[in-house]
Design a protein around this ligand. Structure first.
Ligand code: PLP
Length: 226
């Protein structure tokens, strides 16, 4: 990919996001683009930073630690989101690097994040991942347990939960999963809805997404699985 390819892809994507928002009657700026840079190196990310993009997503703590401290020093207004599973033994590193953790998915992790918050006095903004398809191999709180988990996170632990995140099953139509996530968010008074990727962000925006997580439509195809 050349610089101009990525710049053109990003410009097209921004226009598409704006159009999807307009079509859905959403106010301008209602949708934040999280540019998913997993597997791409710092020079590729710098191209996208050069186009003014400032919100990025990574799915692995270790990979992000190798790339982002330098990039964040260069671009202090970057907002970095963790969109992959977080092990409790990496909470300290993750809380130090990420501005938003979108994958709070179990009580043990909630307690580890609260412990780290007590230690440092700071906590990343949080999204709770909901396993809307109830897939056994996928992370996330089952929809039926979401309300109780949210109450535990917010009321008992005082964690700064801003919204919900989901990854619909590969073979399902995504719309019902996005609608379910929105229903759970609304009844819990949460504004953040991180849903929609390269293939289905327009559907997610129509159903109320506040954040879409888009990788390949900006960066191009990934060489390795991620
Ligand atoms: C990789 C990834 C994305 C982006 O996927 P694309 O299809 O490249 O847009 C979004 N969300 C999560 C959780 C991911 O791991």
């Amino acid at each position: 990919m050349t610089d101009t390819d990525r710049a053109a892809r990003l410009a097209r994507l921004r226009a598409d996001i704006a159009k999807a928002g307009e079509d859905a009657g959403r106010p301008g700026g209602a949708v934040t683009l999280v540019a998913v840079s997993k597997t791409f190196d710092a020079p590729a990310i710098r191209e996208v930073l050069g186009q003014g993009q400032r919100v990025f997503g990574e799915n692995r703590v270790q990979e992000a630690q190798a790339k982002w401290p330098d990039l964040k020093a260069e671009f202090p207004d970057v907002e970095l989101h963790l969109i992959g599973p977080l092990q409790t033994n990496k909470v300290k590193q993750a809380a130090a690097l990420f501005d938003v953790i979108e994958t709070l998915d179990r009580p043990k992790l909630a307690r580890a994040l609260a412990g780290e918050r007590d230690r440092t006095g700071a906590c990343p903004r949080l999204f709770v991942q909901v396993n809307t398809g109830e897939e056994p191999q996928k992370a996330g709180i089952p929809p039926g347990e979401a309300d109780a988990f949210l109450a535990d996170c917010r009321d008992t632990l005082g964690l700064p939960v801003e919204g919900l995140m989901c990854i619909p099953p590969q073979d399902d139509a995504p719309a019902p999963h996005f609608a379910l996530l929105r229903t759970i968010a609304e009844r819990n008074g949460l504004k953040g809805l991180s849903m929609g990727m390269s293939a289905d962000y327009a559907t997610a925006i129509a159903l109320g997404a506040s954040h879409v997580r888009v990788g390949s439509a900006i960066f191009g195809p990934r060489a390795t699985a991620g």
